[in-house]
Design a protein around this ligand. Sequence first.
Ligand code: SF4
Length: 438
Amino acid sequence: MSPRPPARRGACPAFLAPMETGDGLILRLVPAEGAISPDQLRGLARAATAFGNAMMEITARGSLQVRGLRAETVAPLQDAVLALGITPRLGLAIDISPLSGLDVMEIADARPLARRIREEMAGFADKLGPKVSVVIDGGGAISLAGQKADVRLIARHSGADARWSVTIGGGTPELLTEPDAATLALDTLSRIAALGRRARATDLPGCAAVPGASSDRNRAPSTPLGTFPLAHGRFACGIGLPFGAGAADLFANLADAAEASGAHDLRPATERVLLATGLDADGAHAFAMAARRLGCLTTPDDPRAFVAACPGAPACVCAHYPARDLAPGVAEALAPLLDGTVTVHLSACAKGCAHPTPATLTFVGMDDGIALVHEGAPSGARGPAVPVDVLAAMLATLAGTPRAPGETGRGLLARMQKAGLPAGLWLREGNDRPMVKT
Ligand code: SF4
């Protein structure tokens, strides 16, 4: 039996179009300039408590979310956001590093290119579907390689200048000057718009996704936890929300800690991270220590950094199991395998909201149980599923198998999967098809 297909509940939550889910409506907010002040974050936390269920999230793409709204509380929350002086990004998602323009490691500042694309697409922007996205990666300390994109631009050194490697859908990258890269991106978006609101870049001739292909093999995904040097001797400090979520009080406490540490602003970042910027070295340390006391992730080797989990039951109506509730136990149980080579995804249905690319292991909710996918997307899960209450035994078997000398966690899992061990666990052969659409 196949996984129950997730109900189509609109595309994704947005600031002007909150999405219905198990615990009410979710409103997604991306600050237009990427940053908010500690005071604005405190105000947002107050609004999330007054108008939602006091749960907030930072997504894998670096968006803020407020959960548990009711139809009659959406407008008051939107008003509160605007009254706080936060300008939400509307329209096409153009993702850049939250440290663009500050990062001493970046090859090029992505902001001018993002600005030009946004300004010049105004004539056809409303004809693009809500899932179309552009990623502009300036080649700095924070990689955006884990973000799916219809149009991906990555800065490259080219002699004394920078060039942009541009990939359309699953096509072959082209190395272009900045004006030519902007022209190609705009032309592509206009061609997608001409195909209608369900169209994506992969629908364009020659741009289909190739199984196993990567748009740029030279740029690996990264989780921006830890300290990053900025211009003028300042630092950014990235801390992680456990599995991307927390009570509004946690966000307010983080705002207080950032302010007390001397931060200039706060920036939601990829992989469920919150960056405080403008810190001196002591301030960066103080913010990280405060965040750790609050239960947040502060180093990239925290086992929780390798586990993504969607909210699951009861928060989402599509869920077959309580993914986020189980996530801390999964991270703890699998810690011996989480050596940086393994990613784990708890997806309470086949939609795979929490992890846009295939993980090493995905525990997919189906038939009110769990199926396991190795090196594949949740949509590749096939039954029969095992009951949720045998998960602990599954994890103990996986984590308790000794590694061969020099073997990575990922290597061990591949060996076990090939051998069909432990019996009954590997419910599905490896499926390396990348997820093209969500
Ligand atoms: S992946 Fe999780 S959050 Fe997304 S629709 Fe399925 S159950 Fe809901």
